[in-house]
Design a protein. Sequence first.
Length: 391
Amino acid sequence: MSQDTGPINAFGIKSAVMKKIISYIFVLFLLLQACEPDKQQRASTSNRHVEFATLFAVDTAYGYPKITVFDAWEKNQNAAELLLVPEGKSVPRNLSPEVTVLRTPVRRLAVMSGTHIAFLDLLNDLDKVVGVSDFRLVKNQRIKQRISNGDIKEIGINNTFKKEQLLAAGVDAVLVSPYENQSYKNLRNMGVTVIPVPDYLETHPLGRAEWLRFFSFLSGKNEQAKQIFSEISSEYLNLKNKAKNIQGKPSIFSGKPYGGIWYQPGGSSYMSKIFEDAGADYIWKENKQSGGVPLDFETVYFKAANADFWRLVVKNEQRYSLKDLYQEDTRYKDFKAFKEQQILVCNVSEVSYYEVAPTEPNVVLADLIYWLHPELGIDHQPVYYQKISNE
C-alpha cells in the first residue's frame, strides 16, 4: 500500500513531494553559494585610490586590496591582477587563474627600472631591493652601497634576465617595465612572480607619479604614499594654475636628430602635457600621438625655426654649451632659440632625470615655469633644466 503524500496542488504535485523538491533546491542553492565567491566581498569601487594614473586600478576583493594592471596596448585586457593577502591571512578559494596572490608586506624585490628604485626610495623601502638590472646604470647611492656590500644581485641587463641570479636572490616578485608583445612565461614557469609596471607609458605627469601608490600597497604604506602624492599633486596643480592664464605663451619644441631622425613628442604625450601646464605653446600640440613622432631635419626646421624655446636632454660629461650644439650640426645656428640662447638643457650626466624626475613632476614643472615665465617670479632653484651655457 502506497503512503499518502497529501493533497495535490495546482501543478498536480502532492504537497509533501513539493516540500522535498523545495528542500533539495534550497540545499543545491547553498552549495552553489559556497562555491561562488561572495559577491558583496567582490564588489569594489574601481580606482578609489587613483586620480590621474590610467594603467592601474585598486579595488577590494575578498576583503583584500586587489590591483589590476592594464595592458597598455590591448584595450580591455589586463596585464596582471594581484590580490594582496597579508601574511597570516587565509587565501580565498576558487580564485580565477588570472589572479596572482602576493603576500604582503613584500620583503624581497627585484626591479628592472631606475624609476622603480626612486619610488621605493620615497617610501624608504630600499632595503627590500635584492636584485637590480645592470649595475652600471644604477644612480641611487644607497643601492650602490648595498651592491658594494654584496646585498644586491645583478639579475638582468637590457630587460634580459640572468635566471640563475634571479632565482638565487630569492625574490617575492620581480618588477618589470613591459614592452609590447613581451612575454615572461619562462620566468613564471620557473615560479617567479613577475609584475609588469608600465608607469613610463602614462601620459599625464601626475599619472606617472601616482604609481607611488601602487608601490605603497606592496609594503602596506598606503597612507604615507597618499600624503606624499597629495603634496606633489597640490604643488603641481598650484604651479599649473599660475601659468594657466598667462598672456603671450612662448612657443617651444624639443630634442635633436639621432641617426637622421628627429623625434618630437606627440601632442598626447607626457612632454606635451607638461609643456601645456608650464604655459608654453608646444608646436606639435595638435598631433594626436602619445609617443615620439619621427621627422626629418627639414620638417622640424620649417616649423620650429622661429620657436622661442628649445628643450634638450643630453648626456655630456661637462656642462653642455652652444659650442657643443653648433659642432654637432652647424645648421642649428639658424634657429631663433639658438640665436637668442633660449635653450633649456637637461644633462643626465649631472642629474637623475630618467630615474627620479618622473616621481617629482612638480619639480620639473617648476623648472620649466622658472625659465619660460620669469615674470611670475616663482621661488624656485632649477634642478633638472638649466639655460644653455655660452662656453
